[in-house]
Structure formats: structure tokens, C-alpha cells
Write a protein that binds this ligand. Structure first.
Ligand code: NAD
Length: 431
């Protein structure tokens, strides 16, 4: 990791310190993804099979998981893992249910009632990554809120394994949340399949889920067409830790590594006002890194990561708000007292005993979160992400009498005669 002292950096060096690895590959990825999307749009299932052979190294006959594969998965997953998934799903449901929006109605003038109704998005597509590690937890994070929202059809794509099967734990998690159809497709081609539809895969109204740079770029490109919506840019994972001198260096190092092991393009940042803490974390990182099964991946991610010494913790919050991390850990004494300084972050973890891994799996919050600075304007997945909010208004005769003049004045000011006429006719009839 690079160690930096913030006050010694000029403007350019500060920008470089906060640059994400994913930004460096953007143009190459954009071009590659555009070609993949066009191919799937033009050739459907044939393109999907070819691209799966090229990128996942497996030739598939049927793209969809059938009943026999679901049963085999059910038998293959250990009871303890199933129980852990059930426990996690229960807490995810409790948290997400409590946050559900309610319909409401307001009388905005005598005889004028405005309402907001909530409707599930009919057909949604979920992406569950499995390139470098299958993530059954993501199936829970997407499937639980989709079910709470009441979506009519939930389709899930996840990359196939080398033997052509889907990851059994992903299948069990999908079934647990009531996902109806699972397709063995990964990367940009999976996103294209759900956005455009093919003979095998139904076209979806909105796409959800995290993934690598190809998946994230594909989601953004299909959304530009306007026919399909996406949850948010949820790309390569990142964490920013703000730690004080009292923080436990081993805990902080473990949290940094738990992000770094996601992939070489993950990014981890540590900000502290204590040079001593930074040194202790450096030592803990090299000790813990050696023991990880994914140490090679984590080491690559660490190369692009930074330990930054700040003059005061207030500076750390200013940097964090500019960076807008997906995950923000406050390894501080009295962390709640600092919470109001947080302006932009996907999910916040308070204190020494709240590792980010809890939010990844089972505290109850969602782990599908905005990355690459998108947390400045996007929020993590919630039940509302799977719903449409439809407004309704009803005016009685008394209602149009009360507010008709207001509409007339505005319509005339905008020079829209037909608008004015539609109101004037009713005003005369209601008089
Ligand atoms: P993935 O499923 O996203 O991607 C695997 C697919 O990428 C493959 O099936 C293949 O089709 C495609 N691919 C690979 N190389 C390609 C190439 N050269 N050209 C075109 N397509 C190619 O799995 P992954 O790679 O393990 O990535 C998962 C990502 O999800 C990680 O970066 C992780 O950090 C991120 N993540 C983010 C969040 C979040 O909420 N933001 C949550 C969990 C995971």
C-alpha cells in the first residue's frame, strides 16, 4: 500500500490519491462491452452460447437451470450453510420490511385529493456474480426485497462453473427468496440477455446487482437506451476506513483485506490522524495477507490502495465525502458522534465490533451498494428499488373551482392555449 501525508500533497497528487483503479480501464471496457451488447441484441441465444464458451470456458446446451439441477443443488449444500442463509434472509427481510414506503393521500385544496400508490415493477432481472467467487449472499440481498415488493416475475443470471452447472448455494439462495427462473449467464452478455430478451431469457423491466467492470458498464449502456432501468452502478468493491489512535490495528487490517480479496480492481483506503496507527496497520496487513487463500488477488488490490495520514479527523471526513465510498468504516472512539459528518457513503459501519463483513452477509442491511463515487447521488438497494410510485389526483367540481384559476394563469403564461381551454371549460360547467 502507498503511504501518503495529505498536507504534503498538491491538488493533482490529491486527485491521484483518490483515483479508483476502475477509472483507468474505462474506455477499453466501454468498447468491449458495446460489441458484446450488439452481438446479443442481433443474434440472441446463439451469441449467448458463443460468448459463454469464450468467457466462461463452457459450452451450454440449455441456458436455464432445470428442476433436476435445482434438486441436485438442494442436496449438495450443507445444512449449516442453508441455516446461515435462512438466518441472514430473516434479518435482511426484517430490516427491509421496516423501511418499506407506504401509500399516502393529501387534500391539497378543498375538493382536490392527491395520492401516491405503490406498484411492483412487473419483471425484474437480478445479476449474481460468480466470476472470481460465487456470491449466494447477493441472491439474498436482491431476492428478499424483490419478494417484499411483490414483483410478478423475478429472473436471475449467474455465470456457469467450468462443468456447466450453476453454483449450488446461489441456486438454494435463489429458491429461498422465491426466484422463479435462473439462467447460467455471466458478464455483459447476461445483462444484454435480460435487457433485450432472447428465445430463452425474458426481457426484464429493471436490472439489479453488482458485478465486475464489464457487468457494471453493460448495465449503464443498456440503461442509456431507455427501455430498461438499472438499480445503480455497483461495480468493483471499495472500502474507506477512518481510524483513530485507539483503533485495533488487526481489526482494521482485516477489514481492509476483506475488501481487497474481492478482486484486483477493488480499492481500499485508510485515513487516520495517527502515524503510529498507520504503521501498526501496515504490519498487521503483511502478517494477515500471507495467511489468506486469496492473497494474490488481495495483494494486487493493495498495490492500488492508500494509507493516508491526515492532520485531523475532520479532514478525513472531508476526503471521505469527496470520495463517496461504497463502504465507510468508522473505527473511532464514540463513532456515533461523528455520524452527522457523513454526507455520502453507501453503508456505514460503526465502531470496532462492526466489521464490514457483517453488512456483506447478515446484519440485515443491503450489500448491493453504489461504487465509484456514485454514492454521492445513489442509494443502496431497498424494497423501493423494486417498486414504481404512481401519483393519482382527483378534483371535484368544488376542487376545480378552488384551483382552476391557478392553472389558467400558469397555462396562459406558458402560451399553452389548449391547456387553458381544458380548465376553462370545466370552470364554466362547474360554476
Ligand atoms: P462477475 O460475475 O461480475 O463477472 C464474471 C463474468 O465476467 C464472466 O462470466 C465473464 O462473462 C465476464 N468477463 C470476464 N472477463 C471478461 C473479459 N475480458 N471481457 C468480457 N467479459 C469478461 O464476477 P467477478 O469478476 O468475480 O466480479 C464480481 C465483482 O462484484 C467484484 O468486482 C466485486 O468487488 C463486486 N461486488 C460489488 C458489490 C457492490 O455492491 N458494489 C457487491 C458484491 C460484489
Amino acid at each position: 500500500m502507498n503511504r501518503l501525508i495529505w498536507k504534503d500533497l498538491d491538488r493533482d497528487a490529491r486527485a491521484a490519491a483518490l483515483r479508483r483503479p476502475v477509472q483507468e480501464v474505462a474506455q477499453r471496457t466501454r468498447d468491449a462491452v458495446a460489441l458484446l451488447l450488439n452481438d446479443v441484441a442481433a443474434r440472441g441465444d446463439d451469441a449467448l452460447r458463443e460468448l459463454t464458451a469464450r468467457f466462461d470456458g463452457v459450452v451450454l446446451d440449455a441456458l436455464e437451470v432445470d428442476a433436476a439441477e435445482f434438486s441436485a443443488a438442494e442436496a449438495a449444500v450443507a445444512p449449516a450453510l442453508k441455516q446461515a442463509m435462512r438466518d441472514a434472509a430473516g434479518r435482511i427481510e426484517a430490516f427491509h420490511r421496516a423501511g418499506m414506503a407506504q401509500p399516502y393521500a393529501v387534500e391539497t385544496a378543498p375538493g382536490v385529493v392527491c395520492e401516491r400508490m405503490i406498484r411492483p415493477i412487473p419483471r425484474v432481472g437480478l445479476y449474481v456474480p460468480a466470476g472470481s467467487a460465487p456470491l449466494p449472499s447477493t441472491a439474498l440481498m436482491l431476492g428478499v426485497p424483490a419478494r417484499l415488493a411483490g414483483c410478478r416475475e423475478v429472473v436471475l443470471c449467474t455465470p456457469p462453473r467450468a462443468d456447466g452447472s450453476a453454483d449450488p448455494a446461489v441456486l438454494v439462495a435463489a429458491q429461498m427468496t422465491g426466484v422463479a427462473r435462473v439462467f447460467k449467464l455471466g458478464g455483459a452478455q447476461a445483462i444484454a440477455a435480460m435487457a433485450y430478451g432472447s428465445d430463452s431469457v425474458p426481457r426484464c423491466d429493471k436490472l439489479f446487482g453488482p458485478g465486475n467492470s464489464y457487468v457494471t458498464e453493460a448495465k449503464q449502456q443498456v440503461a442509456q437506451g431507455g427501455r430498461v432501468a438499472i438499480d445503480m452502478p455497483a461495480g468493483p468493491s471499495e472500502v474507506l476506513v477512518i481510524a483513530d489512535d485507539g483503533a485495533d490495528a488487526a481489526f482494521v487490517a482485516a477489514d481492509l483485506l476483506s475488501q481487497a480479496e474481492h478482486g484486483p480492481d477493488s480499492q481500499v483506503l485508510l485515513l487516520s490522524d495517527s502515524a503510529d496507527l498507520l504503521t501498526r496497520v501496515e504490519q498487521a496487513l503483511s502478517e494477515q495477507l500471507r495467511q489468506l487463500s486469496r492473497s494474490e488477488i488481495a495483494a494486487q488490490a493493495l498495490e492500488k490502495s492508500r494509507l493516508i495520514q491526515v492532520a485531523a479527523l475532520d479532514d478525513a471526513f472531508a476526503i471521505s465525502n469527496t470520495y463517496a465510498p461504497e463502504h465507510l468504516i468508522l473505527a473511532l472512539r464514540e463513532p456515533r458522534n461523528w455520524l452527522e459528518k457523513v454526507e455520502a457513503a453507501g453503508s456505514v459501519f460503526l465502531g470496532d465490533y462492526t466489521p464490514e463483513a457483517l453488512g456483506d452477509y447478515c446484519s440485515g442491511t443491503n450489500h448491493v451498494l453504489p461504487t465509484a463515487g456514485a454514492a454521492r447521488a445513489y442509494s443502496g438497494v431497498s424494497v423501493a428499488s423494486f417498486q414504481n410510485f404512481v401519483s393519482v389526483q382527483a378534483a371535484s367540481r368544488a376542487g376545480i373551482a378552488a384551483i382552476g384559476e391557478c392553472a389558467l394563469t400558469l397555462a396562459r403564461a406558458e402560451g399553452l392555449d389548449a391547456h387553458a381551454n381544458a380548465v376553462a371549460l370545466r370552470l364554466e360547467a362547474a360554476a
